[in-house]
Design a protein around this ligand. Structure first.
Ligand code: COA
Length: 177
């Protein structure tokens, strides 16, 4: 086995099963928008933002599951404000709800103008991650314990979104679109 891989037995046994509060999954990463990732207009390309969203989402999901996770789906993303090269991209994530082996993670992207301190919201995304063990088999995750009013609202809405995405997946798989 390559040395960077997790031991097959490690993740599953470490996975907690008691409900865990949302705050324990909360994560934040930030990165300077660099020229290497610019489009011809001098703005950050969307793909770089999507990469950061996936990473921040995976960190929150892994923190909750205490197991490796794979991205099962990404809901649509709207980009509300462009990110200029030289600005700071801040990506915040937390698990909204967990089911059997899957979790919905909410990810919010902000951009900070480092010269003025002005912060703008750029995009929000919802991703579903599935917890796996070191062999890639799905493992059960702990339920989420929403504590604040905001967390309870997101928890309830996550259930609605899950219904929609599973319905859509079923239709797409059946070739209905
Ligand atoms: C995602 C994956 C683990 C699902 O495996 P599967 O055997 O089809 O699993 P199931 O249908 O039993 O689904 C497992 C869980 O994921 C959920 N799920 C599966 N597809 C989903 C989707 N498109 N959206 C939301 N949830 C989804 C299921 O509802 C289920 O949730 P639960 O266990 O909490 O009830 C599997 O398809 C996979 O490994 N995909 C590749 C992942 C990957 O490599 N991602 C990186 C992209 S390069």
């Amino acid at each position: 086995m390559e040395s960077w891989k997790i031991a097959p037995e490690a993740a599953a046994s470490a996975a907690p099963k008691e409900p865990r509060p949302v705050r324990e999954s909360m994560s934040e990463i930030s990165e300077l928008a660099l020229l290497n990732d610019a489009n011809p207009l001098g703005n950050l390309i969307g793909g770089r933002v999507m990469h950061l969203v996936d990473i921040a989402g995976a960190i929150a999901a892994s923190r909750h599951a205490r197991a490796p996770v794979v991205t099962a789906s990404v809901d649509y993303m709207n980009f509300l404000n462009p990110i200029r090269i030289g600005e700071l991209v801040i990506v915040k994530s937390a698990v909204n709800k967990a089911w059997n082996t899957s979790m919905e993670v909410g990810v919010k992207v902000y951009v900070e103008d480092l010269m003025t301190g002005q912060v703008k919201h750029t995009t929000t995304a919802y991703l579903t991650f599935v917890a796996v063990d070191g062999k890639g088999s799905k493992v059960k995750v702990a339920p989420i314990l929403p504590e604040t009013e905001e967390e309870k609202r997101r928890y309830d809405q996550a259930e609605e979104r899950r219904k929609i995405r599973l319905e859509l997946k079923a239709r797409l798989t059946a070739g209905n679109y």
